[in-house]
Design a protein around this ligand. Structure first.
Ligand code: ADP
Length: 260
């Protein structure tokens, strides 16, 4: 039996009196691509952040490759090097070029010599189709290009798992495709990915499993064909129905949503 690369067990998280996560468990196998869907405010982002302890859970445990991330004795900075995270709003340093953004942690965190870090960063930028933008600053790049720089920056650290928190939600519709394409390539290369997204077309095509999260619990977890065509739970059916009402049959091309 293949061991899960990532295990999440009974995660709870409350903000004040609001219980956001109420016992979430999931197993992710190496190379699996999981898309997490669910209504806004249901704890999807909080769940991703609990996995690398950007938001420490109140209760529950997380393991990456058999090492308990939530164990106080674990060096969380070491764990974070192995869990890449891509945010909705890119989080690039605006005073650094694309290349400098990508190589920064290689030098500062991994202690890589500048020349080696530069070569590696260049390679990662080329991989996301931005070799010609290495010397551009974020302000000189489109949203889609900025997000691809952010992905290259994560990949440079050679993570075991990549977490994507609504990576295309802040993008203009015409720029969504280029980011999804990079993610699809990553999936094909065997990267393990946990993706919060409203891009249902992408989810259907690329995900091995879809997890429907609502009210702080996993309501349904299954392969896309099951979830989209024969959802087992009435709540899943309602959510998908609402999405279709909002965005039409071809939700995939119009699921843009801005949170801020
Ligand atoms: P989703 O990603 O599903 O939209 P989130 O995980 O972002 O949901 O948020 C879940 C709930 O937790 C929301 O009601 C949100 O307002 C609340 N929340 C998220 N982060 C914080 C925080 N740092 N402090 C207080 N409340 C928060």
């Amino acid at each position: 039996m293949v061991e899960p690369i990532l295990k999440v067990e009974d995660i709870h998280k409350a903000y004040g009196k609001t219980e956001v996560l109420r016992g979430v468990s999931l197993h992710v196998l190496p190379g699996e691509v999981i898309v997490i869907i669910g209504p806004s405010g249901t704890g999807k982002s909080t769940l991703l952040r609990c996995i690398n302890l950007l938001t420490p859970p109140d209760k529950g445990r997380v393991w990456l490759e058999g090492v308990e991330v939530t164990d106080k004795a674990t060096d969380i900075n070491k764990v974070r090097e192995r869990i890449g995270m891509v945010f909705q709003d890119f989080n690039l340093f605006n005073h650094l070029t694309a290349l400098q953004n990508v190589r920064l942690a290689l030098i500062k965190v991994k202690g890589m010599p500048v020349k080696e870090a530069t070569d590696k960063a260049m390679m990662e930028l080329e991989k996301v189709g931005l070799g010609d933008k290495a010397d551009n600053y974020p302000a000189e790049l489109s949203g889609g290009q900025k997000q691809r720089v952010a992905i290259a920056r994560s990949l440079a650290m050679e993570p075991k798992v990549m977490l994507f928190d609504e990576p295309t939600s802040a993008l203009d519709p015409e720029l969504i495709g280029e980011v999804l394409e990079v993610m699809q390539n990553l999936a094909e290369e065997g990267m393990t990915m946990l993706i919060v997204s409203h891009e249902m077309g992408f989810a259907r095509e690329v995900a091995d499993r879809i997890i429907f999260l609502e009210g702080g619990v996993v309501v349904e977890d299954g392969p896309p064909e099951q979830l989209f065509t024969k959802p087992q739970h009435p709540r899943t059916r309602e959510f998908l129905h609402k999405l279709t009402e909002l965005y039409g049959e071809h939700a995939e091309s119009r699921t843009r949503r801005r949170r801020r």
